[in-house]
Write a protein that binds this ligand. Structure first.
Ligand code: NCD
Length: 310
């Protein structure tokens, strides 16, 4: 396979296993490029990309920007806080205005689930979803699976537990789709109030006991509690959450095996993981960040080659 089956990256749900393999193989090549003294390729000199961030982001925004620059694309950045969205402009009007400046591709983060899907039906540009509310965050899941493949050789057959705020997390849903597509066994673990009622229907195991989950898994992906998406309290206090669902070095030392610890960032040190875990040899958190650039280069490159051929 040499081309993706999709024209946009709206969610992992729309990909096929072969698409993910192609993205990984392409990312392998770009990883080599970004470790060279000259970290840039001229591949996308004729492509203009708009990064539209209607919601805050640090690493995802920087990672996309860097990926685009490494591919020599022209880029424009837009952040909702400084924009006319605050003056009442609609999403389609905002984006169409930007597109009239001859933009080929839009990378968008938006607080509303489905915002990218909506946009892809109304505008004539390639859309990459950089996180839509509590729905999907496809490039995060791709870089997470890529990082597991790098550390453990493959994703197939590995036992991965996603711990924490599954209810409000787009990282959780995209990871579940991607991990299952690649043959991993998936468990979710957290307080009952943060586990969606029908999550088991996605074919994942459900566990509320962190010790049991850690004893079961090869990899634990620790998620941040998404306080900004909560209107009520889902657990008594942060201290209590950390006691029941925080991974500490003492907990890891009690396990009979070495497990891999992941986190999409931003980390709340001392809540979902302690500092000594985040900075330990178990952790591949910084590898995830490094791989994020190669994965995003691969996705942008593969989608851009579809623009040129259509
Ligand atoms: C995640 C996100 O924004 O969904 N972070 C990220 O993209 N690196 C997770 C989070 O905010 O906790």
């Amino acid at each position: 396979m040499s081309a993706l089956s999709v024209n946009h990256l709206l969610g992992i749900k729309y990909l096929k296993p072969d698409d993910i393999q192609l993205i990984f193989e392409t990312a392998d090549q770009f990883k080599e490029v970004i470790n060279r003294p000259i970290k840039k390729v001229p591949s996308l000199r004729d492509i203009t990309i708009a990064n539209l961030f209607f919601e805050n982001s640090t690493r995802t925004k920087l990672s996309f920007e860097l990926a685009e620059k490494r591919l020599s694309a022209d880029i424009i950045n837009f952040s909702a806080a400084q924009s006319s969205v605050k003056k009442g402009e609609t999403l389609i009007d905002t984006v169409n205005n930007i597109l009239s400046m001859k933009v080929d591709m839009v990378v968008m983060r938006h607080p509303n689930p489905g915002a990218g899907i909506f946009l892809s039906k109304h505008i004539n540009a390639t859309i990459i979803n950089a996180g839509d509310g509590a729905h999907e965050h496809p490039t995060q899941a791709l870089l997470d699976c890529y990082s597991i493949r790098e550390r453990l050789g493959s994703v197939d057959g590995k036992k991965v537990v996603i711990v924490g705020d599954i209810l409000h997390s787009r990282v959780a849903l995209s990871n579940i789709y991607a991990l299952k597509m690649l043959g991993a066994k998936v468990m979710v673990c957290g307080p009952k109030t943060l586990l969606p009622k029908f999550i088991g229907d996605l074919g994942v195991l459900v566990e509320t006991n962190l010790i049991k989950a850690l004893n079961w898994c090869d990899v634990a992906n620790m998620l941040r509690v998404q306080n900004e998406r909560m209107e009520v309290n889902y657990f008594p206090s942060t201290r209590e959450y950390a006691q029941q669902y925080g991974v500490t070095k003492a907990l890891l030392d009690k396990l009979e095996k070495e497990i891999v610890i992941m986190h999409p960032g931003p980390i709340n040190r001392g809540v979902e993981i302690t500092s000594d875990v985040a900075d330990s040899s178990h952790s591949i958190i910084l590898n995830q960040v490094e791989n994020g650039v190669a994965i995003r280069m691969a996705v942008i490159y593969l989608l851009a080659s579809k623009i040129k051929h259509s």
